[in-house]
Design a binder for this molecule. Structure first.
Ligand SMILES: [Cu+2]
Length: 292
């Protein structure tokens, strides 16, 4: 009797002790996860993003873990107008980039690689950083890989439209309508004797008409169809092709908007955003008064 009696309380005590332990264990594992899920973005970042929290830069420095498919921290509070040094480490299994659209910041990181970026923090406002592969307009699809450097909470960050600069994009040309240009805004041309798989402008010709060479995976910006953007391994290198037309610049074009190559020798044509060669000036449907 006595031994049985004494055993029961022992079992009870053990059980009572286990309950809080179990709660503690659950809390340890559930706590941080719940906190992260509930983390509120400190700025209004539009588009898809995977929120891995906010940190404040110390001494104008911040370390960011790059992973599949997020930046941690995702939001960095920094001093307005400062130059922020960002230490990067790719902890993921995929290649990623740390890219700031509009700044010369584009660090490519293989798995396990480290890198450094220098970001100019705006005097007022916020800027977005993205992975060129997995962020907005990402070449491998938008997996929400973006974040922001901000100077005060509540700011809105524009991003999707000006995410990583596309290789080619469509811009309105006053004379020729919507045309294909490269990242710098230079007008791109096609040559009648070329095909999607055959580049016929080489040597001296290619000096006058520099081929538009692809570096990495080319991306089609707003107004263009990514599916129409390919490359051809031609005599000049890996040349961009849009809608079956190998693309060139014209050496006599001086600035964005220049289109001096149009119709040259009767074989060189601007490429329209629809992928067709442009053979005539468009009739403007709207006019703006001079000086405006
Ligand atoms: Cu990525």
């Amino acid at each position: 009797m006595r031994t049985q009696r004494s055993r029961r309380p022992v079992a009870l005590v053990a059980l009572v002790a286990l309950v809080p332990m179990a709660i503690a264990v659950v809390a340890i594992f559930a706590g941080p996860v719940t906190a992260k899920t509930a983390a509120k973005a400190p700025v209004q970042l539009s588009g898809k993003f995977n929120n891995k929290g906010t940190k404040t830069a110390r001494n104008d420095k911040i370390a960011i873990e790059v992973n599949d498919y997020y930046f941690e921290p995702t939001f960095i509070k920094a001093t307005p107008g400062s130059t922020l040094t960002v230490s990067l480490k790719n902890e993921g299994k995929m290649e990623h980039t740390f890219t700031v659209p509009g700044q010369p910041v584009d660090v490519d990181l293989q798995p396990d690689a480290r890198g450094t970026a220098t970001v100019t923090v705006p005097a007022d406002g916020a800027l977005v950083f993205v992975c060129r592969f997995h962020g907005p307009n990402g070449t491998d699809g938008d997996l929400g890989m973006q974040g922001a450097v901000f100077t005060k909470a509540g700011q809105s960050v524009s991003n999707a439209a000006n995410a990583a600069a596309p290789t080619v994009k469509a811009v309105p040309n006053a004379t020729y309508g919507s045309i294909v240009v490269n990242a710098d805004g230079s007008t791109l041309y096609q040559r009648d004797s070329d095909t999607a798989t055959s580049v016929t402008c080489t040597g001296g010709c290619a000096t006058i008409w520099p081929p538009a060479i692809a570096t990495g995976t080319p991306t089609a910006g707003a107004g263009l169809d990514q599916a129409k953007l390919t490359t051809v391994a031609g005599p000049n290198g890996n040349q961009l092709v849009y809608a079956g037309h190998p693309l060139y610049r014209f050496s006599q074009d001086s600035a964005p908007g220049s289109a001096n190559g149009e119709g040259v020798a009767g074989v060189w044509w601007i490429v329209g955003a629809d992928g067709q060669k442009v053979t005539a000036a468009t009739t403007p449907t709207t006019t703006s008064p001079a000086g405006k």
